[in-house]
Design a protein around this ligand. Structure first.
Ligand code: F3S
Length: 294
């Protein structure tokens, strides 16, 4: 049986950086207080339980704001790749804990652009999901930010032609939506500056699974069923190839899926560790491949 991997899959640059940072800190072993990760480092239960084994506890932003948890100067807090809000940075600094900031560089650039634009007297229009932690974090650094999440919402927003604006986007914004808004803006306004730092990782993984699903008889999408980018990969794959299955690890493989299959495709969400993918490939080779004699 042939196993074909998607051209782009698995950890993105930001997630890999955050996990490497945690591993490095855990290896140092010279910390005295608690080791905390702010929110969920990544949406993957294997990664989360691995981090727990290494001594990390999860710290929720709500508990911090509501003072349900008391931090100690000796504690260490890691900020995840999506970043966090200004309010949380202020609390952590006030508590004088050791902070390791794993905010992805792409998120950081947008945050800096927002602060700079407001300093230069511009109004901010932000395109993205207002409930997403990345968006909540970035916009919290601004004073007067209008968030829109669709072309319709954008066109409904009344732009004051006397004022200067800066248009910013969430890193994972859908590129088609961005280009539609960009075209409309350039045609209709002279007073809106566009700053786009959409991260290619999500888009590349989606395009790659779309291609892969058309080239194989069955697709395995590996990742946590709570991870939104993994679910999106599954939906895209399923729309092209009916035999698409989302699994979290090798224990969820089903032998009946492999009946008569000669070519299987495999992809993984941006928060799925490489070890899990390798274990699945090994299981296919060792169990299902032999069993069906293909
Ligand atoms: Fe960063 Fe892009 Fe991943 S913004 S966290 S590299 S999806």
């Amino acid at each position: 049986m042939e196993i074909k991997r998607a051209e782009k899959m698995g950890f993105c640059f930001g997630v890999a950086g955050a996990i490497n940072l945690c591993n490095k800190i855990a290896e140092e072993k010279n910390f005295q207080g608690n080791l905390f990760i702010l929110g969920m480092l990544v949406h993957n239960k294997n990664v989360t339980s691995d981090m727990e084994k290494k001594g990390f506890k999860t710290l929720s932003e709500e508990d911090l704001k509501e003072e349900k948890i008391k931090l100690n100067k000796k504690d260490t807090v890691i900020i995840r790749a999506h970043g966090t809000t200004k309010e949380i940075y202020d609390i952590l600094e006030k508590e004088k804990v050791k902070i390791y900031d794993a905010t992805c560089v792409f998120v950081e650039r947008i945050r800096k652009a927002l602060i700079e634009a407001e300093k230069n007297g511009k109004k901010i229009i932000f395109i993205g999901d207002r409930y997403h932690p990345e968006v909540k974090g970035i916009v919290s650094f601004g004073n007067d930010v209008t968030i829109v999440n669709s072309f319709e919402e954008f066109t409904k927003f009344s732009v004051d032609k006397e004022k200067e604006y800066c248009l910013l986007t969430q890193t994972t914004l859908n590129k088609e939506l961005f280009f539609k808004i960009k075209e409309y803006t350039e045609k209709n306004y002279k007073n809106i500056d566009i700053f786009s730092k959409i991260c290619g990782a999500t888009y590349e993984r989606q395009k790659a699974v779309e291609k892969l699903a058309g080239e194989v008889e069955m697709v395995l999408i590996v990742g946590d069923n709570k991870s939104s980018n993994t679910k999106k990969l599954y939906e895209i794959s399923k729309s092209v190839n009916e035999k698409s299955y989302l699994i979290q690890d090798k224990t969820e493989l089903n032998s009946s899926w492999f009946n008569g299959i000669k070519k299987v495709g495999i992809t993984a969400g941006a928060s799925t560790p490489e070890e899990i993918i390798l274990e699945i490939e090994k299981e296919i080779r060792g169990t299902f491949d032999d069993k069906h004699g293909l």
